[in-house]
Write a protein that binds this ligand. Sequence first.
Ligand code: OAD
Length: 273
Amino acid sequence: MTAGATSAEIDRGRDILRASRGVVVLTGAGLSADSGLATFRGPGGQWRKHRPEELATPEAFRRDPRLVWEWYEARRRAAAEAAPNDAHRAIAEFALRRDDVTIVTQNVDGLHALAARCVATGPRRAPGNISRALPLELHGTFYRVRCTSCGRRREHRDLIDASSKETLPRCDDCGALLRPDVVWFGEPLGEAIERAFGCASQAEVCLVVGTSAVVQPAASVAMVTRRAGGAIIEVNPEETPLSPMCAVSLRDTAATAVPMLLAGCGGSSTAAC
Ligand code: OAD
């Protein structure tokens, strides 16, 4: 890890953002690391402690739905107790103040939406419709469930009792087990990824924050912008497979670098809630 982004690098990133029309902000677990939530592949990451095939596949859920729900419920509760950090807020303000920003996230923790709400309604209320700052959620969300039989989806924010199979949530309509409405390994991503690719192909910049960029097709969003002639700006303390393609790589944490980068580009370094 390097000592942090230099002011020259931040200035270069800002110049690119100011001169560009159309920005996709692609985010991953590293963005929420600064809110205290574990990433997947880094030190202390989920996939260092657990095997994805035991917790994040349709087969795993069929085999042991209680175990899968227990793991999701622990993560849901951690996310529900977490607050958006300065990077979430700066991104929300950036999207509210400009009309050409699309936020695309792999995160299922709901923190982009919380940041959008607090920046849109807080004391330094940013202009713009809140929907501009709501992300395309490529991998679903902790706060929705889906019926394993009839497929009906609904919002679910209440606690889930995963102490036994009998206490797991069931569908009001057909009585079948409900599952988290997230994308598991081996499952398709749905229409959000098509919309993300569409925006990425029109964008002049893809700002990539806190993702290892190894999970497809999400990681390809940045490449779509690049292939269409746009620039990639990356914020990540570590190198990623995208780094060689980046116009600017800010080797810093999201909560430090993103507010500085977006200040004066439509975002703010002090977006308050
Ligand atoms: P990863 O855990 O793979 O990567 C997190 C990235 O964040 C790494 O590149 C870290 O270097 C970086 N990082 C760590 N702390 C940071 C900080 N404070 N600020 C900025 N960056 C930081 O997480 P994702 O790339 O989001 O999918 O993982 C992608 C997908 O893999 C997830 O959506 C999940 C997982 O398996 C599913 O569950 C389907």
